[in-house]
Design a protein around this ligand. Structure first.
Ligand SMILES: O=P(O)(O)OC[C@@H](O)[C@@H](O)c1c[nH]c2ccccc12
Length: 269
């Protein structure tokens, strides 16, 4: 078994337990369930968008502890204030040190759309995503059949959530369906943890042109973003590069300033 299989196996148990603990009908009474979702798609397409989807995570299976005791508030506030197109928040507790409360807390203090980063295998988790204030959900092709991707994506769209489908190789292109708004190429292989940004470049032209493309993982410099933009990428999901700093807020603000300067030079040049 690889790590992804382990995560999914424990996720199945977790979801069944949660259904008992907080029945889906209860989730629908959460105040945020009825609130409006905001659109990551339009933020990514907006003129002059940084395209950065800044991630909040305390640890990960590939890196271990990144920033264990960090408070979410100041970090997401800076992400929001300094031009993130969206904020990705890990809600998986066992492997990433996150929780639903992180999104509930963040939703109250930021205005950009929040991506619920978790391993979604069940409709229950989609209702839950909406109930805690997320606007976008992630579906990972590596652990879902194409049919299941379509069912879950359709279900999410009916909840007015946006859908990000993550792929990592050519075979997974067959998971892309109408209901998916954004296709993300994960540069990290979730089974081996190898990272290669060229994955995004190799797959870029094979992704249907009507999908918004984002590149995920292992991005740590502005030049990579400029290069990915040339291949049609509108979004860049970046976590560790910010979270590894004692103060991710400073790292994020510096990065955005450097990106804006480089983008300007490029346009003028
Ligand atoms: O920290 P990084 O290398 O910048 O990567 C961020 C994000 O892409 C990564 O956390 C991620 C991409 N897909 C996932 C699926 C599940 C959990 C985590 C992820």
């Amino acid at each position: 078994m690889n790590i992804l299989d382990n995560i999914i196996a424990s996720k199945r148990i977790e979801v069944e337990q949660k259904k008992e603990l907080v029945p889906v009908e209860d989730l629908k009474t959460f105040p945020l369930y009825a609130s409006m979702c905001n659109s990551l798609v339009s933020n990514l397409l907006a003129e002059g968008s940084t395209g950065i989807i800044a991630e909040f995570k305390r640890k990960s299976p590939s890196k271990g502890v990144i920033n264990a005791d960090i408070q979410i508030g100041p970090v997401v506030e800076t992400y929001d204030a300094h031009g993130a197109a969206g904020i990705s928040i890990l809600t998986d507790e066992n492997y990433f040190g996150g929780s639903n409360d992180d999104i509930i807390y963040a939703r109250d203090i930021v205005s950009v759309p929040i991506l619920r980063k978790d391993f979604i295998i069940d409709e229950y988790q989609i209702i839950e995503a909406k109930a805690i204030g997320a606007s976008v959900i992630l579906l990972i092709a590596a652990n879902l059949t194409p049919q299941r991707v379509q069912e879950l994506a359709l279900f999410a769209k009916r909840q007015s959530l946006e859908v990000l489908l993550e792929i990592h190789n050519e075979e997974e292109l067959s998971h892309i369906c109408t209901e998916v708004d954004i296709v993300g190429v994960n540069n990290r292989d979730l089974k081996t943890f190898t990272v290669d940004v060229n994955r995004s470049i190799e797959l870029s032209e094979k992704i249907p042109a009507d999908k918004i493309k984002i590149s995920e993982s292992g991005i740590s410099d502005v030049d990579t973003i400029l290069r990915l933009r040339q291949h049609g990428y509108k979004g860049f999901l970046i976590g560790e590069n910010f979270m590894k700093h004692a103060d991710p807020s400073i790292a994020f603000a510096d990065f955005v300033n450097a990106l804006k300067a480089a983008s300007k030079v490029e346009m003028e040049g």
